[in-house]
Design a protein around this ligand. Structure first.
Ligand code: G1P
Length: 298
């Protein structure tokens, strides 16, 4: 199937991050670090690996640290150069975004994820686009979004990342009603945002990666309130099931960390720390000792 190339990605980063107060009193949640890289960097790296060229951030008040983070830092770079710290210089340069590749648009009131994506409509225009929720960090050999783009080249339409969760957790997610199940790709015959446990159509939950058609933006124009009184992205996608029957779930290969929760953030910190060659030995020895001490104390 010939599909239009996905080159634009939206990063909704307007949330207040209240679950991480007091830290988020003065820093955006997306700047909090897993080891030494801000959460947002993981999403950017994943998007770049999937061929994304234009990065659209939906921000809000108090998020200016994010804009600074993606800017060049000439003073710091020349200090590192002078000191011959070439490795660090590379690390730093990797985080710079090309002029014009990055755009910021403000969501001036917290009205939900659907509304945040809608705020980017003029920058998206009339083409398919990706959405990445930086709270969901996905460790995988091949970038999750790249896996999706490959699957999307077979299906076209709209695609959401999906993962089986314990049934009692389904009500924290968007949940798919499964039509034809083709293994890694699932045709959705329904989709519901944060259903009551007894109403969940399955335990196949939507994870924060989407490839969407511009029709979803048109659906968002209607500003229909959904779960929690918010304008939900899930509802706008679900409408596409009714009108065009072109929504697919994609069971990605990889480990997802819910960095919107403290427990998930800590798990990701440990996992990414153990992945790092410069930290692995010392850190794993520490963890093993600590577990032994905990066990002994019980
Ligand atoms: C959002 C979406 C939800 C999705 C989840 C994945 O919810 O609305 O459909 O399952 O992200 O992380 P949030 O976690 O922002 O409440």
């Amino acid at each position: 199937m010939r599909v239009k190339k996905v080159t634009k990605a939206v990063f909704p980063v307007a949330g207040q991050g209240t679950r991480f107060l007091p830290a988020t009193k003065s820093i955006p949640k997306e700047i909090m670090t897993l080891v030494d890289r801000p959460l947002i960097q993981y999403a950017i790296d994943e998007a770049r690996a999937a061929g994304i060229k234009e990065f659209i951030f939906v921000t809000s008040r108090g998020k200016s640290a994010l804009e600074d983070y993606f800017d060049h830092s000439p003073e710091l770079e020349s200090t590192l150069k002078r000191q011959g710290k070439t490795e660090l210089l590379e690390v730093l340069r990797d985080t710079n975004m090309d002029s014009g590749a990055i755009a910021y648009v403000r969501q001036n009131r917290p009205m939900g994820l659907g509304h945040a994506v809608w705020c980017a409509r003029r920058l998206i225009g009339n083409e398919p686009f990706a959405v990445l929720l930086p709270d969901d960090v996905i460790a995988s050999d091949k970038a999750c979004l790249q896996q999706m783009i490959e699957a999307y080249s077979q299906t076209g339409g709209n695609m959401v990342a999906a993962m089986e969760v314990p049934p009692e957790k389904a009500s924290s997610y968007g949940v798919l009603d499964i039509g034809e199940d083709m293994g890694s790709i699932v045709q959705a015959k329904g989709m519901v945002e944060k259903p009551k446990p007894e109403d969940a159509p399955s335990n196949l939950a939507v994870i924060g990666r989407y490839i969407l058609t511009p029709e979803v933006l048109t659906n968002l124009n209607r500003m229909k309130q959904g779960a929690g009184g918010e304008i939900q992205l899930t509802d706008a996608i679900a409408e596409e099931i009714k009108t065009n029957n072109n929504v697919y779930g994609f069971r990605f290969r990889g480990q997802r960390y819910d960095c919107g929760s403290k427990a998930g953030f800590l798990q990701a910190t440990v996992a990414f720390g153990l992945e790092r060659p410069d930290l692995r030995d010392e850190f794993s020895t520490y963890l093993i000792d600590m577990m032994a001490q905990q066990k002994a104390a019980q």
